[in-house]
Design a protein around this ligand. Sequence first.
Ligand code: NAP
Length: 257
Amino acid sequence: MKYKNKVVVVTGASRGIGQAICVAFAKEGAMVVGVARSDLAETGAAVEKAGGKFIAHNADLGTGTQKESQDVIAQILAKTGKIDVLVNNAGIIRRAPAKDFSEADWNAVMGTNLNSPFFLMQAVGKWWIESGRAKAPENSRLKLVNIASLLSFQGGITVPAYAASKHAIAGVTKALSNEWAKERINVNAIAPGYIATENTAALRADPMRNKAILDRIPEGRWGAAEDIAGGCVFLAGSDSDYLNGAVLNIDGGWLGR
Ligand code: NAP
């Protein structure tokens, strides 16, 4: 029960990797706040079954404005009184050839995958520093975990906005870790490989892409959402207090190939 009395905020908690992350923290006794636009009842039931407590927080993180993120953090703090961990997991992907890629798709991807994670971290970090918690060891540390991607390192195929947003979130992870390590804030990221969720349904449905992907993964299978959740619990816990600005690849060996 490493996370007993800890408040863990997970964005994109309604399904996929975010839901698995919520359950993994629940198994360690956390109070989980799940954020998404759609209904969070399924995640709430899974969290409570695993032994955690759950607060559903419906919000749209798609426009990526500073105010939207500030409001989300203020509303969560009003309910919980504190935040120990923020996992920026919500993300979208839009596929189109670069020459046809629309401004609307570009802005939607950047708003959700880059702007919101930065402004959410900014709001939590500001609360942590200005409330004096950074100077109070009994408050432990603030842990910020960003869900990046293999496309934080590679360009991908017909997903220019996604690749741009995921390269950038890896950079922001390092930038904030430099500035905030001295405030007892750890900022790290996970780069998941190819994970079987709705996000990758189109790839798995395409026999040629599916085979090409599987042929390159040394583990020889698509990852499961639970494969990412374990790394997230490690990055948010005290075993990783001396880890800052890292991007942890959990990819079945893809990048090492
Ligand atoms: P998913 O199954 O499509 O789930 C995405 C989650 O993000 C949902 O809970 C969704 O909730 C939430 N979300 C999307 N737009 C939102 C918005 N505007 N406001 C609030 N919440 C929003 O995707 P996933 O595969 O689990 O991916 C999770 C993260 O892992 C993403 O950042 C993704 O880029 C990253 N990732 C995934 C893979 C993979 O292979 N699956 C690989 C590398 C990285 P609602 O729709 O209910 O709002």
